[in-house]
Ligand binder design. Structure first.
Ligand code: ADP
Ligand code: MG
Length: 318
């Protein structure tokens, strides 16, 4: 498919909105931010073979490309607004583009984020999104605001995506298509179709001191909060929220390892004062999303699991 046909295909899926005086089609887009709000901007790239197995279907790639960026906005407590999409494609097959767009816009529509531009080139498969959100001045959730005495909380269940990756590496899970094994399918979806916790992030502005999204594993990402806030963190391995599917497939120790060190969860980890516990339990109920207290913020530095210093997660250049 020619570059301009491809851009037209994508453009046909976009919406007109008051906050986009000029969208796709000019040299750049014009955006109209809300008064008294701050812009929240983040970018993330997914490379084939590095961030997803090469056989991942186009729909899932489209979904996940946006999901990882929405997750960063969620961790900031921002309301999603606009995004750009830079694609490097080895060949632009029509079916692939349509399926990719199906996945991308399925999630974009859920969160009211508008695609307002991008770039299209030929090269190894790589997708890069810049996502923009808005938050009232001074209200953003940050990594550097954790306080000694805070509880450490996480949303959802941890380790499912890493579990799926492990099963795939062992040849026990095909990521290219849905499977009839219910447990495998649950984990496959957790790896390829993550749900960014945007609504949770918005609500947490009222309760949390610090927040981070879990892309590199709980120990590593909580370590970022600890380092940026100048505090230490302690985790209790016994209380980590682990799905029954992960426990059944990997056993207790394997599941725990994935929950502590596995990446790609895209849940939120946050700290909050102990007097917010009841409010957070109500919030969990109202969102129908588990929130689990997994540890506490202490004087010192680094992350300890059951009192033992823990090392970090996946690092690209380690
Ligand atoms: P230029 O050469 O001026 O950079 P392009 O021809 O690359 O412009 O792009 C034309 C328009 O299409 C621009 O508005 C650009 O933002 C948009 N665009 C290009 N690729 C994509 C894409 N993958 N997704 C969304 N918009 C795109
Ligand atoms: Mg131009």
């Amino acid at each position: 498919m020619a570059e301009f046909t491809l851009i037209d295909r994508i453009r046909a899926r976009t919406v007109e909105r008051d906050d986009i005086p000029l969208g796709i089609g000019d040299d750049a887009a014009l955006l109209q931010p809300r008064p008294n709000e701050q812009l929240v901007v983040t970018a993330d790239t997914l490379n084939a073979g590095v961030h997803f197995p090469v056989e991942t279907p186009a729909f899932e790639i489209g979904w996940k490309t946006l999901a990882v960026n929405l997750s960063d906005l969620a961790a900031m407590g921002a309301r999603p607004a606009w995004c750009t999409l830079a694609m490097s494609l080895p060949d632009a097959g029509e079916d692939w583009i349509e399926a990719f767009a199906d996945g991308f816009f399925a999630l974009a529509d859920q969160h009211d984020i508008a695609l307002i531009g991008g770039d299209t080139t030929r090269g190894p498969l790589s997708l890069s999104v810049t996502a923009m959100g808005q938050v009232a001045r001074g209200q953003a959730l940050r990594r550097d605001r954790a306080q000694v005495g805070d509880d450490v909380w996480v949303s959802g269940t941890l380790g499912d995506a890493a579990g799926a990756l492990r099963l795939w590496q062992q040849g026990q899970l095909d990521v290219a298509k849905p499977t009839l094994f219910a447990d495998h399918e649950t984990l496959r979806r957790r790896l390829l179709l993550p749900s960014p916790r945007v609504t949770l992030g918005l609500r947490l502005r009222a309760f949390a001191h610090a927040a981070v999204d879990l892309s590199d594993g709980l120990v590593a990402d909580l370590g970022h909060i600890a380092a940026r806030s100048g505090v230490g963190a302690q985790l209790d391995a016994d209380v980590l929220p682990i799905s029954p599917e992960l426990r059944d497939l990997l056993g207790r120790d394997g599941a725990r390892d994935c929950a502590l060190h596995g990446g790609d969860d895209y849940e939120l980890c946050f700290t909050a004062a102990a007097d917010q516990r009841d409010a957070l339990h109500y919030l969990a109920e109202s969102l129908d999303l588990p929130l689990t207290r997994v540890g506490r913020i202490v004087d010192g530095q680094g992350v300890q699991v059951d009192g033992v210093s823990a090392s970090s997660g996946y690092q690209h250049f380690a």
